[in-house]
Each structure stands twice: as C-alpha cells, then as structure tokens.
Ligand binder design. Structure first.
Ligand code: CO
Length: 161
C-alpha cells in the first residue's frame, strides 16, 4: 500500500542540497524495490496534496527523481536532464508544496527538451511546452537545491483557510 509522505517545508537544508543521480545499472534488487515504493508514495502524496509535481528532496530523499501530474496521468522521471531550451520565455504563476501559502511569477523557457529514464528504466526523450515545460523546470530545480522563490517576482502570501 502506498502512503502519503510528509513534505519538507522551506527553510530546510534538505531542500538546498544537490541531489544525486540514481545509478540504474548498479541498482540492487532491494534498492529497486525501495525506489518503486518511493515512486508510488510520491505519486500518492502529489495527488493527495493537489500538487502538479513533486521532487524526491521534498520528501527527504536527495536523489534525482521527480513525479509530474499530467493530463495523461502521473509521470515518473528518473535522472531528468534538460538538454535544450527555447529562446522564448514566459512568466507563469507558481507555487510549491514546500513553500505553502506563497505564490509568485517565474520566467521560464516556453519549450524544453528533456531526457530521463521512465518507471521501467527506459531512456526517454520528450519535448515539453507550456505548463508541462514549466513544471519540469520547477521540479528539476528542486534537484539542484533551487526553489521558485529564488527566481520569482511579485511574491504573494496567501493565508491558509
Ligand atoms: Co516545488
């Protein structure tokens, strides 16, 4: 049974670390089992908290793993790497489960190319644009210890109801 994981909130040194790549070639069977459980737990947590994406450091694991809620269902991205960015950028309002009640506008590349390993360990390339592009950029920033508030303007605080 997958479970809802506690989210690490800003400020925390765990959110500021550079996360490590997952070595899928050398992974041991017990580690693979743990990784699969973590993926399932992250997806459950992301859905439960209404997040559009979640990065492993937000649940206390400093490894390069993100989950994204897309219109086609949840996507798992292992070792995601942005390999290309469009010149065109766009301002977009963002929030983050690790920075509750705070929103701000962030300028990001409209389109990106991204390489990652999927849940079956298959190397996958995608081109993302619009919201998917922004979410991938936001989540991969987490893997480098970067939060959207580092880049945002017009930061707004919204009181929890
Ligand atoms: Co975030």
């Amino acid at each position: 049974m997958s479970k809802i994981l506690p989210i690490i909130k800003n400020p925390s040194p765990l959110l500021r670390e550079k996360s490590k790549e997952i070595d899928l070639k050398k992974i041991k069977p017990n580690e693979l089992k743990e990784l699969k459980e973590l993926c399932a737990d992250m997806i459950k947590t992301m859905k439960e908290k209404d997040g559009v994406g979640l990065a492993a450091p937000q649940v206390g694991k400093n490894i390069r793993l993100i989950t994204i809620n897309t219109k086609d269902g949840p996507k798992i991205m292992i070792n995601p790497k942005i390999t290309g960015k469009s010149w065109a950028k766009e301002w977009n309002e963002e929030g983050c489960l690790s920075v509750p009640g705070i929103y701000g506008k962030v300028r990001r590349n409209k389109k990106i190319n991204c390489v990652y390993f999927d849940k079956k360990g298959q190397k996958t390339k995608i081109q993302a644009e619009g919201l998917l592009s922004f979410v991938i950029q936001h989540e991969t920033d987490h893997l480098d210890g970067v939060l959207f508030i580092d880049k945002a303007k017009e930061i707004k605080k919204i009181k929890a109801i």
